[in-house]
Design a protein around this ligand. Structure first.
Ligand code: PMP
Length: 400
C-alpha cells in the first residue's frame, strides 16, 4: 500500500553526519552538527550530570511508574524559575503553566499544536534565517509560516531596522517566534536596549511572542544574564509562550528533556490552559520519560550542584569565546581577504561564516570539513589544534 511513496533524502544535518562518519580522511573536521564537543573533539558529558546520575542510581525507592501527563511537577517548577527568575511576578501570581516536554523540539511542537487549536491567529513569523527545523513545528498543524528580517549579511549583524519594520507591519495578534539568546544559525542577538524596543513594538502590535530558549548560559556563561530577554517579555504582565531545552545547556541531547511554559493573564486562565495542554499531549505520547527530568531536577534543586553546573557552563562558554578569538586572529594573520571581526562579535555556539554554497562545497571536497550549506559553523566542533587547518581551507576557498 505504500508503493507510491517517493524516496526522500534524510534531513541535511543527518545526511552530513552520516557522510562525516563514512569519511576515512584523518583530517576530517565536523563543524556541522549542533552539539558541544570537548577540546579533544569528543562528546562532552558534564561532571554535574554524572554526579546527578550517581545520585539517581543510589535512590532505590525511585520507581518506573508513568509520570503525570505534564511530567515531574518539581521539574516544571524549577524550569520556570530558571527561565523567569526566582523573583518572577508571573510565577508568584501563579500565571505560568509549565509542562515537561521532549526537549526544545517537543516543547515547540506542543506549543504549535496548542496555538493551532486554541489561538485566533494562524500565522507564525520566524526570523530569517533561523533554526532549520522551526517551520516544521508549525506547518504540520496548519499554521502558516512567514519570515521577518533578522540578519544582515552585509554587516554580519542584526538587521535591526528591518526587524522593527517587519514587526510593525505584522497583522495584529500574529504569533512571532524569537530566540532568547545565542541565535541559531547566526550567533547574532539583539542588545538589551534593542530587545526593549522590540518588546515595545510587540506590545503595540499586540503580537504573541513564542520564545525559543535553547542556549541559556552558553552565551554569557551566566544563566541570569542569558534569560534577560525572556524576563523582559514577561516583565509587564504580558502573555507569551516559552520553549526551554536542556539539550545543549546540560548536554542532555539524547535524554530529550525540555519544558513549555505558557504565561497567562491570570492564575485562573493558567489552570484552564494547563488542563487543555494535557489533552494536547495525551494523544501524542501520553506522558514524558523520567530520566532526563530527574537529572535536571536533581541539579536545579541542590545549591551545590547548581553552582557546579554554572561553573561548567562558564568554562564551556569561555572555550567558545577563546576559539572565536583564535579563529579571528588566525584569519587576520593569514591575510585572508574579508572583514572577520564579526566572528568575535557573534555569540554562543554558532557563526555564519558568510561563505557561499560553492565555497562550502569546496571545503568539504578538498579539506573534509563539514558544515551546513549556509556556511554555519559550530564553534564547539573546532579546537585550538585545528584552527590553522580551518583557516588554510577558508583561505583557499576564498582565493582559489
Ligand atoms: N531551538 C533551537 C534554536 C535549536 O538550535 C535547537 C537545536 N539545535 C532546538 C530548538 C531543538 O533542540 P532539542 O530538541 O534538542 O532541544
Amino acid at each position: 500500500v505504500f508503493e507510491h511513496l517517493p524516496l526522500v533524502p534524510d534531513p541535511l544535518v543527518y545526511a552530513a553526519m552520516a557522510a562525516f562518519s563514512k569519511d576515512p580522511s584523518p583530517l576530517k573536521l565536523n563543524l556541522g552538527v549542533g552539539v558541544y564537543r570537548s577540546e579533544d573533539g569528543k562528546p562532552f558529558v558534564l561532571n554535574v550530570v554524572r554526579r546527578a546520575e550517581q545520585l539517581l542510581v543510589s535512590n532505590l525507592s525511585a520507581d518506573k511508574d508513568y509520570l503525570p501527563i505534564t511530567g515531574i511537577p518539581e521539574f516544571n517548577k524549577l524550569s520556570a524559575k530558571l527561565i523567569f527568575g526566582a523573583d518572577s511576578t508571573a510565577i508568584k501570581e501563579n500565571r505560568v503553566t509549565t509542562v515537561q516536554c521532549l526537549s526544545g523540539s517537543g516543547s515547540l511542537r506542543i506549543g504549535a499544536e496548542f496555538l493551532a487549536k486554541f489561538y485566533s491567529q494562524q500565522v507564525v513569523y520566524i526570523p530569517q534565517p533561523t533554526y532549520a527545523n522551526h517551520p516544521n513545528f508549525f506547518l504540520p498543524v496548519g499554521l502558516a509560516v512567514k519570515t521577518y528580517r533578522y540578519y544582515d549579511p552585509t554587516t554580519n549583524g542584526l538587521d535591526y531596522q528591518g526587524l522593527l519594520e517587519d514587526l510593525c507591519s505584522m497583522p495584529s495578534g500574529a504569533i512571532v517566534l524569537f530566540q532568547a539568546c545565542g541565535h541559531n544559525p547566526t550567533g547574532v542577538d539583539p542588545t538589551i536596549e534593542q530587545w526593549e524596543q522590540i518588546i515595545q513594538m510587540v506590545r503595540s502590535r499586540k503580537l504573541l511572542p513564542f520564545i525559543d530558549s535553547a542556549y541559556q548560559g552558553l552565551v554569557s556563561g551566566n544563566l541570569e544574564i542569558d534569560a534577560q530577554s525572556v524576563r523582559l517579555f514577561v516583565a509587564d504582565g504580558a502573555e507569551c509562550l516559552v520553549a526551554q531545552s536542556y539539550s545543549k545547556v546540560m548536554g542532555l541531547y539524547g535524554e530529550r528533556i525540555g519544558a513549555l511554559s505558557i504565561v497567562c493573564k491570570t492564575a485562573e486562565v493558567a489552570s484552564k490552559v494547563e488542563s487543555q495542554l494535557k489533552l494536547v499531549i495525551r494523544p501524542m505520547y501520553s506522558n514524558p520519560p523520567i530520566h532526563g527530568a530527574s537529572i535536571v531536577t536533581a541539579i536545579l534543586k541542590d545549591r551545590d550542584m547548581y553552582n557546579q553546573w554554572n561553573s561548567e557552563l562558564k568554562s564551556m562558554t569561555d572555550r567558545l569565546i577563546r576559539l572565536r578569538q583564535q579563529l579571528f586572529d588566525a584569519l587576520c594573520d593569514r591575510g585572508t581577504p574579508g572583514e572577520w571581526s564579526y566572528i568575535t562579535k557573534q555569540v554562543g555556539m554558532y557563526t555564519l561564516l558568510g561563505l557561499n554554497p560553492d565555497q562550502v562545497a569546496f571545503l568539504n571536497r578538498e579539506y573534509h570539513i563539514y558544515m551546513s550549506s549556509d556556511g554555519r559553523i559550530n564553534m564547539a566542533g573546532l579546537n585550538s589544534s585545528r584552527v590553522a587547518y580551518l583557516v588554510d581551507a577558508i583561505h583557499a576557498a576564498i582565493t582559489s
